[in-house]
Design a protein around this ligand. Sequence first.
Ligand code: LLP
Length: 428
Amino acid sequence: MIKEVKNGVLYFDGCNTVELAKEYGTPLYLMSESDIVGQFTQLKDCFLSKYTNTRVAYAAKAFSPMAMFAICQREGMCIDVVSGGELYTAMKIGFPAERIEFNGNNKLPCELEAAIDYGIGRIIIDGLQELALIERICREKGKKVQVLYRVTPGVKSDSHDYIVTGKKDSKFGIPLDEDVIFPAVEAAIASDYVDFLGFHFHVGSQLHDNGSHLQALDIILNLVKQVKEHLGYDVTELNLGGGFGVVYTDENRKPYSYFMTPMMEKIEGFFTDLGVVRPAIVIEPGRSIVAEAGISLYTIGSIKDIRGVRKYVSVDGGMTDNIRPALYQAQYRGVIANKADAEPTETVTICGKCCESGDVLIRDIGLPEAEAGDTFAIFSTGAYGLTMASNYNKNPIPAVVLLKEGSHKLIVRRQSYEDMLACEVLPE
Ligand code: LLP
C-alpha cells in the first residue's frame, strides 16, 4: 500500500508524512519512487515486453528534476523534452542523447542547435518552417538528424479545453490537408539533412476514454497508407503521444492496457494487411507516470469562518505550488495528515496564501475540525505541480522529497529568498 493510515497519521510509501513535514518544512512535495517505478512496470508488462520495437518516452514536462530523469534512465525509458532547459537537465545527468525526443511548437534555433550538437535521438517537427530550420543547422554542422512529423488528426477529446491538442484548431502539429502534408513529407524524404521516420500525434491529456486515441490512430494509419501509395515510402516509426488519465477525485482510472491493447491490435492488423513490417511504436506518457506518485504537504494557518457563507482554511502554499485548480478548475482530494482517520465534521475551503481570490486549492471538502499547525495533504499532485510552480508574491518554490519504502531523500531543495534574488541586478 503506497498510502495508508497508521495511528491516525497518513503514511506515504512507508513514510510518516507528519514527520516529513516537520523534518523538511512545508509546503513540501513528496514523490513515491515505488509508485513511479510501478507505473513503468505496468507499461513494461502490457506494452514494452509484449511487443517488440516499442519505446516509452516519459514526457518530462510533468515532473522534471534530475532525479526523475535518473529513474527513467535506470528503468530503460526514453525522455520527451520540450525545451532547451529540459534537454540540458537530461544531458547534465548523462542521459543518453539518442534516447531523447524533442517536441514543441516553436523550438528555438538555439534549442535545435543544442539538440543537434548533443546528437539527440528524434526531433518531432511541429510545423513546416521547422524542417527548413533543422536543415540549415544540420548543413552548417555537417550532421543529420532523425525526424517525425507531428500531425493534428482533427479529433475531439473529452478534457479541459486548455489540454485538448488533437483538434484542427490547435497551435500544435501540422494539419492533414493533402496539399500541406504530402509536400512536407516529400521534402523530408528528399532531404540530405534529415532521416524521415514517420508520424506523431498527441490528442490531449487526462483522458479516460480510448476513443480519441483510436480515432486518431485510424487517421494516422490512413495517412501511412497514402504515403506508401503516393510516395512509395514505408514509415519506420509512429508516436502515439501520451494523455492517459489519472485519479484526482473519483475518476475511474483505466489500466494502460485499456489504451495500448486495442491500439496495438489495430496497428499489427493494419501492417499485416499492408504487407509491411510494423514500424517502431512510441508513446509519451507524463501525467500517468507521476501524478498519483505525488502528495503535497502544507501547514494549516489562518482559519476564517464567514458564518453562513464559507469557512476558509488557509495553508502555507497555494497557486504558486499548484496552479492547476486556478488554471483548469482542477479538483483534488486531501486529508489532515495528523487526523487522517477522523470523521469529517465540517465542510471547508482550502485556500492558499497568495494575494489572489482565485487561490483556492480545494473548494468544499469535508474534514474533521482543522486547527492551525495541522498538516494538510493533497493527493495526486505529482504531475504539473512543481513544473508549473511560480514565485508569485515571491514565495519560494518548495522542496521535493523522494520516498521509497520508508526511506526518504531530498531531490530538490527549497528555494531560499537569496535564490529568488540570484538573477536580479540592482541598477547603480
Ligand atoms: N506528448 C506531448 C506532445 C504533449 O503535448 C503532452 C502533454 C504529453 C506527451 C504528455 O501528456 P500526459 O501524458 O501528461 O497527459 N499542464 C496541463 C497538462 C498539459 C499537457 C501538455 N502536453 C495540466 O496540468 O493538466
